[in-house]
Design a protein around this ligand. Structure first.
Ligand SMILES: [Zn+2]
Length: 490
């Protein structure tokens, strides 16, 4: 009798175990992650294609997102995340190929309960008006209407109805310079997890704001954006609001969709719409206060106020992280002509100059990538190679010539080249606002308002396709925010 009871008990435990295992199988959700990220200046002649993009896949992509989906019983399938140093337009054929590839890979792992899309939002692809909208709507088509799509954007991205109506949650960076990238991925991931585990589907609302300035004029380290972005945390605390955003947009793309925007993910559309209008009005009412966050002017005014101590100049018009070509030599030409001493110039990209040094000291630098500026014929006193760069001594200047265009924003970039900033009096970088690493040095700095694909002088850039009116391209005083869920506007 006792043995029979024991047998029944064991059988019961086995059934319970199988049942719970099946149950786990039933409730286990499956999501995909991936996307594409770059900024495309329509003023740059440097078209981007496959060779410009780095592709993060598998573990590398999961490490980037760094979110514990497994704790929520969610299986995550990495597709790919392609990213590049900002540049010119993306070749249409490459965009179509990479989008189709993404969709095909997505199709294979369907059905899906959710998708986490990592995007920037400022692609420009000739003949495709809204590349991010195309990408996201193609994803929606494959995964179906019930799947939850959560998106992460750069705050310099563009928003359209097509994007908004195909997504369920949205989070963008809240810092410029960007120091909250992984925090933003976490916000987008958490909203996705919450929707999947509670079954409550959020809504995304947006309102276009007719203001378009550079990142340097809207840095979150200074007013007015410092306070506006700080207020987003408070807005998030409201019942019915899940995540509130201010999108600055991308000014160096002369496109119809270019605009600033308020974007709010909400569980209550009335509260969400109020938040949207409030953010839109906050930014609109601050538009006259949007100014460059550094001392700025032309190279001669910078030279005239050079201190005796170490300082930094940012060649902003040719900033590769905003879409500049990175090989303009206008500033170098004047520094050489004015015989400024003890300068570290990092850098001017040139594959041909890099190759010339393999057997001679004569080289030609600048104006080779189609973005304008002088082409200088020079002779190096000395050259050494490190990390894909030629480091050239010339007239008491150290000039860094990377083989391929790239920024020098981290202190580790200089350490890797065996260059000690303390050995110099002046550092010239191709940059807009200083990177967090260079900011931390707390030294005198000056933004050079130079020509190039990221020209800060907005009055001088071509403006054929942007919607009119838009501040500061036109001056006007009337604006009433309209809120839309991508389909309906009110
Ligand atoms: Zn950005």
């Amino acid at each position: 009798m006792g043995r029979k009871i024991l047998k029944i008990k064991i059988l019961h435990i086995i059934i319970k175990f199988i049942w719970s295992f099946e149950l786990i199988k039933i409730v286990k959700k499956k999501i995909a992650v991936g996307g594409i990220s770059t900024e495309c200046s329509t003023y740059s002649p440097l078209y981007q294609n496959e060779k410009d993009f780095e592709s993060l896949q598998k573990k590398e992509l999961l490490d980037l997102i760094e979110f514990p989906f497994e704790n929520y019983n969610i299986e995550i399938c990495p597709i790919f995340f392609n990213r590049s140093v900002p540049g010119g337009p993306i070749e249409t054929s490459y965009f179509i190929k990479v989008k189709d590839d993404f969709i095909k890979q997505l199709q294979v792992i369907c059905p899906l309960d959710g998708v986490l899309l990592i995007m920037h939002g400022a692609m420009y692809v000739p003949n495709i008006n809204d590349p991010e909208g195309e990408w996201i709507s193609s994803v929606r088509e494959i995964v179906g209407k019930d799947c939850i799509i959560s998106v992460s954007f750069d705050l310099h991205g563009q928003i359209t109805n097509k994007i908004i109506k195909n997504i369920d949650a949205f989070a963008a960076f809240r810092t410029a310079p960007h120091i909250d990238v992984s925090r933003t991925y976490k916000r987008a991931s958490q909203m996705l997890v919450n929707a999947l585990t509670t079954g409550v589907r959020p809504t995304v609302l947006w309102s276009a704001i007719p203001v378009l300035v550079s990142g340097e004029m809207s840095s979150t380290l200074v007013e007015p954006c410092k306070s506006i972005y700080a207020s987003l945390d408070k807005i998030d605390e409201r019942k019915g609001v899940l995540d509130s955003n201010l999108m600055i947009g991308y000014v160096w793309a002369d496109t119809e969709r270019a605009t600033a925007a308020a974007v709010v993910t909400c569980s209550n559309t009335n509260t969400g719409a109020d938040a949207c209008r409030e953010i839109a009005n906050l930014y609109w009412n601050s538009r006259e206060k949007l100014k460059l966050d550094m001392k700025s002017g032309d190279i001669y005014s910078a030279i005239s106020c050079l201190p005796n101590t170490f300082s930094i100049m940012a060649d902003s018009g040719d900033n590769p992280t905003a879409g500049g070509v990175g090989d303009r030599a206008d500033v170098l030409e004047i520094i050489l002509k004015e015989n400024i001493q003890n300068v570290l110039f990092a850098g001017i990209a040139s594959t041909s100059a890099y190759n010339q040094f393999l057997n001679q000291k004569k080289f030609t630098i600048g104006g080779n990538l189609g973005g304008g500026g002088p082409s200088l014929e020079l002779v190096a006193d000395d050259v050494f190679f490190k990390e894909g760069c030629a480091i050239v001594s010339i007239q008491n200047i150290k000039l860094v010539i990377p083989k391929y265009r790239r920024p020098f924003h981290y202190l580790s970039d200089f350490e890797k080249l065996n260059l000690n900033l303390r050995d110099f009096n002046l550092l010239v970088v191709k940059s807009g606002y200083l990177s967090p690493d260079l900011q931390k040095l707390s030294v005198p700095s000056f933004m050079l308002l130079t020509k190039g694909a990221a020209n800060q002088n907005l009055q001088k850039i071509e403006n054929k396709n942007r919607k009119k009116p838009i501040f500061p391209f036109q001056n006007f005083n009337e604006f009433v925010p309209k809120v839309s869920n991508g389909s309906n506007t009110n």
